[in-house]
Design a protein around this ligand. Structure first.
Ligand code: ADP
Ligand code: MG
Ligand code: MG
Ligand code: MG
Length: 662
């Protein structure tokens, strides 16, 4: 979450009237940034991670845990800590961060949920291998500092979702449900960050959609789960708001856990990594090459098997966030013929990427989606402004959406030194990669953000996934690796990643040969299907084989550790990269412990957080094989997660199964 604008937000009918205006100004601001920054060169490959926490509050006497809604008090405590202030001289209040002495001083931010905190390192990590070894201690420091500014009963925990969010009595303090902004049956409006942007975002998404957001997660069918399953928490008798009719009109689906508010998705915690590229072209390449890795890393980091007090039949959060902010109208969804809206739109504004952007000669047009929806008029404006087709297409696709939160103060004049209108659209297009142009007025370069990963219970795991993504990115650049597959296959993979234990049992489309030039192997059994098709780089004139021959279905284990059919594996690629660099033995050994986690997660030796939590629930003495996660089970899960993260009870089962540093 970036800086928060302040002002008077427009209600949806007013915001809708000025949407075209905001988009046009956003595009002008984009052109201005792009013109200023397209030649920008930065030699350091900086990067940074973001860790999100739930703040929980224990009631030991009743074996009950709730979400603490004291986010602002905690951030205030961090921001007014004299020691922290001394070191950093303060930060703008809107960012609500806390500086701290030393270079790795963390910064804390607010997030959508009033029960969430986000922490980033105080400054980005550098290119050195030694920096990678500081990541885990820094993550631990962040957790410790966060805890020190909380009440005795409060703790920061890194579960993606609060297991019983939406059940009665899940927040502290408690508030009545069914407020005017969310109109949720299950959650109070106070669940969201009180900054005016957030309730407005939630309300305007609902308003634009014409009904509440709708999240139906298939329930996990256990031996005694009533079947067909009808979510017993749904209230069909509410009559406070017109939206209360949603459930009577069939919003709650059979055999699903039903949720009805933005906080059920945007209240999930994730692990994000941002890289600075040396220039725009390198950034575009990183964006494209990391894109096919997104679903694989989603499956590997799976940590979300419980919703609203029920075991789910899925392991990850992604689609729930997608639905929680899906502002598409019935016309855009294809439920009604197009009359007032401009397009049918196949995906939510929170979704996997829909296009590639690199001017890489290996990007075949067959990889692109021929049906990609773009705003042709805005695209033409970008082209007229000098931008190339691929990049213009990317932004003209993001700009098919309406701005959701518009502040009336911002509509007075167009300021080309600002990026507010551009960011309005950019930051509410939540794709699994984000291409971030340099912000005006400082020396930051072009950045690419990798966004699909789920937060992990321990900082060891969070550091391992961060380090792995950094190293694979370096390997991509160093070896000029090629992971292109058709972008609709990446979208399919994202769905695949949701399945229970997808990390072990599912197969994902993945490119067979990641190397830039394919050695020609004219052996007798090289068929017309073209396994020896030369790449366009080595033989630009040779016709290419069918795209379908370039990829196949692989397990996560094959993708990570290598396959018998010849895919080298991402970990071996990282290792070759490390071998090609001058890494001292000690650092190399330490890095190996992190890479080992990834390797073992992929081959099943270690468990995903989702598997661990599902196992925890199913083996709990209170569990009745009916998919229900009781208050007592929740209490024990949260306690266990918190203790494992603090490395208490090092011999514990979670510690063993999730992986740890020897
Ligand atoms: P957002 O929420 O918009 O994604 P944040 O500011 O929360 O952004 O986090 C961005 C991450 O990028 C942080 O880890 C930060 O340390 C890192 N970062 C900051 N500046 C740079 C830079 N120039 N290059 C790469 N990473 C950076
Ligand atoms: Mg965040
Ligand atoms: Mg952030
Ligand atoms: Mg981010």
């Amino acid at each position: 979450m970036g800086l928060l604008a302040v002002g008077t937000p427009l209600e949806w009918p007013e915001a809708k009237k000025v949407a075209g205006h905001v988009r046009e100004w956003g595009i002008e601001q984009l052109l201005a940034i792009w013109r200023r920054a397209k030649g920008k060169e930065r030699d350091a490959l900086l990067w940074g991670d973001e860790i999100e926490y739930l703040v929980v509050c224990y009631d030991d006497e009743h074996r009950k845990v709730r979400l603490s809604l004291r986010q602002m008090d905690i951030l205030d405590a961090l921001a007014s800590d004299q020691d922290l202030l001394k070191a950093g001289g303060g930060v703008p209040d809107v960012q609500r961060g806390a500086p701290k002495e030393g270079d790795t001083a963390p910064v804390f931010h607010a997030e959508f949920g009033r029960f969430m905190l986000e922490a980033t390192p105080g400054k980005p990590w550098g290119i050195g291998f030694k920096d990678l070894l500081d990541v885990e201690p820094n993550m631990k420091l962040r957790r410790k500092i966060a805890k020190e500014h909380m009440a005795d009963t409060e703790f920061p925990i890194t579960l993606t979702t609060f297991p019983r969010l939406g059940q009665k009595d899940c927040t502290d303090p408690a508030y009545p449900v069914s407020g005017p902004k969310l109109r949720s049956q299950f959650l109070p409006d106070e669940i969201a960050n009180p900054h005016v942007r957030f309730p407005t975002l939630a309300a305007n998404i609902r308003w634009r959609r014409g009904r509440k957001v709708e999240l139906n997660v298939p329930v996990f069918r256990d031996e005694k789960t009533p079947w067909p399953f009808k979510d017993p928490t749904v209230n069909y008798d509410l009559h406070n708001w017109p939206e209360d009719d949603d459930v009577r009109n069939g919003a709650a689906k059979e055999n699903c856990i039903y949720m009805d508010a933005m906080a059920f998705g945007m209240g999930s915690c994730c692990l994000q990594i941002t890289f600075q590229a040396k220039n725009i072209e390198e950034g575009r390449k990183m964006y494209d090459q990391l894109s096919p890795l997104g679903p694989i890393l989603l499956a590997l980091t799976a940590a979300t098997p419980v919703y609203k007090g029920f075991l789910a039949d899925t392991d990850v959060r992604w689609n729930q966030i997608s639905r929680a902010v899906d502002d598409r109208t019935p016309e855009e969804l294809g439920e009604q013929p197009l009359k007032n809206d401009r397009w049918r739109i196949p995906k939510s504004r929170y979704a996997s990427n829909s296009t590639y952007i690199s001017r890489d000669p290996r990007l075949r047009k067959e990889y692109l989606d021929p049906d990609l929806v773009v705003d042709e008029k805005l695209k033409q404006r970008l082209l007229d402004g000098g931008m190339d087709d691929l990049l213009a297409t990317h932004f003209a696709h993001l700009f098919i959406r309406d701005p959701i939160v518009v502040f009336s103060e911002d509509l007075k004049e167009l300021d080309l030194d600002k990026v507010d209108h551009f960011e309005n659209l950019q930051s509410t297009n939540w794709q699994h990669m984000r291409f971030k142009p340099p912000p005006p007025g400082n020396n930051t370069g072009w950045r690419v953000e990798f966004r699909p990963m789920e937060i992990q219970i321990t900082d060891f795991e969070n550091a391992a996934f961060s380090i792995f993504i950094v190293l694979i990115t370096r390997a991509i650049l160093s070896f000029d690796l090629n992971f292109y597959i058709p972008i609709p296959r990446v979208t399919e993979n994202m769905e695949t990643a949701h399945a229970r234990d997808a990390v072990l049992n599912s197969k994902f489309y993945f490119r067979k040969n990641p190397f830039p030039e394919r050695p020609e192997r004219p052996t007798s059994n090289s068929s017309a299907s073209g396994t020896s098709t030369p790449s366009p780089i080595s033989r630009p004139d040779t016709p290419l084989g069918p795209v379908e021959d370039e990829y196949e279905l692989m397990t996560v284990n094959e993708i990570i550790n290598g396959s018998a059919s010849g895919f080298p594996g991402l970990i071996p690629l990282v290792e070759s990269y490390l071998n090609s660099m001058n890494v001292d033995v000690e650092t190399r050994c330490e890095l190996a412990t992190y890479l080992d986690l990834i390797r073992k997660r992929a081959d099943g030796t270690l468990w995903s957080g989702a598997k661990w939590m599902r196992h925890f629930v199913r083996n709990h003495q209170e569990y009745k094989q009916d998919s229900v996660v009781t208050e007592g089970i929740e209490f024990d899960i949260v306690r266990a997660a918190e203790r494992i993260a603090r490395e208490e009870g090092r011999d514990g089962f979670g510690f063993e199964m999730l992986g740890h540093k020897r």
